[in-house]
Design a protein around this ligand. Sequence first.
Ligand SMILES: [Zn+2]
Length: 77
Amino acid sequence: MAIKSLVVQVRVDVAGKAHNCQANSKHRIKKGDTRLKVRNSRGWNHYCCACAETIISKDILKLTELKKLEVSQTSTL
Ligand SMILES: [Zn+2]
């Protein structure tokens, strides 16, 4: 199957039960909260809305850079 998206392994859903954010264990996701779901090799990682915004903002920057189709000079992204 042809790859048509770089972000297929991400979803937004609603927590079925309370648990900690997987980016920061001090962040609590309550039952019914919206959360970001990101596929990993074994299952899914779940992040709270604050971390989701950070992750998505970083990826938007990364995608904006990639869109220029310039050969990568560093691995900092
Ligand atoms: Zn978080």
